[in-house]
Design a binder for this molecule. Structure first.
Ligand code: SAH
Length: 197
């Protein structure tokens, strides 16, 4: 019984990764074709991106494939896996909405593309960084889906590092490019949790 609940959590996590890849694929392909006007990539941005990638995909993928690190396993609970699945579905829903709203303004890193527009509709009407909200929700879902202290918590940690290393620079970049328009948008919105933060 233990084994099957744990396996269910792993399978759901893999389905989440597949959904994530399907949602972002067309945007990543289109982004390649659009000229970058301003590139704000820095070493700390690279560290953040690596932390996100490690925590939300590489570390849990190694765990799902090999069971490593076995010593960090704990007994799985059905309610935890079910709750993790709900969180993951919410995360994917938000992730998809951010991609639809950003459209051509999508970027994996801190960049401004030609004819970049400030988006303030859809999920961007509520918070300035809904995609990072979805990453944190994914990390939280992962923590409930994988009954392993290392692989489970790696996602939240990675997403948190990515968020804190990037958010100030991203807002500075947006202020430089959009000036008072972004300032007014900042005055109206929170960062990642509607009405709170
Ligand atoms: N921080 C946002 C977007 C992440 S993608 C979120 O969490 O949803 C990162 C890129 O999106 C940045 O390089 C920037 O070019 C772009 N971006 C961020 N906020 C934007 C906005 N409100 N409108 C248009 N582009 C935005």
């Amino acid at each position: 019984m233990y084994l099957s609940i744990a396996t269910a959590g792993k399978v759901i996590w893999v389905l989440g990764v597949v959904a994530w890849a399907i949602i972002r694929r067309p945007h990543a392909r289109r982004a390649k074709r659009l000229q970058v006007v301003s590139d704000r990539r820095t070493p700390s941005e690279a560290v953040g991106l690596a932390a996100g990638l490690l925590g939300l995909s590489i570390i849990p993928a190694i765990y799902v494939a090999t069971g490593f690190p076995l010593a960090a396993d704990y007994p799985p609970h059905l309610w935890a896996v079910a709750f993790g699945a709900v969180l993951l579905v919410c995360a994917m829903w938000v992730f998809r909405r951010t991609h639809k709203a950003l459209g051509k303004n999508w970027s994996i890193t801190l960049e401004i593309r030609e004819k970049h527009k400030l988006i303030s509709q859809g999920p961007y009407a509520l918070v300035r960084h809904p995609m990072y909200t979805s990453f944190l929700l994914m990390g939280l879902g992962q923590a409930f889906l994988l009954s392993n202290w290392v692989a489970g918590l790696a996602g939240l940690l990675g997403a948190g590092i990515l968020f804190f290393l990037r958010v100030d620079k991203e807002e500075r970049m947006m202020l430089d490019v959009f000036g008072p328009e972004y300032q007014a948008y900042m005055d109206k919105t929170k960062r990642i949790i509607p009405y709170l933060y």
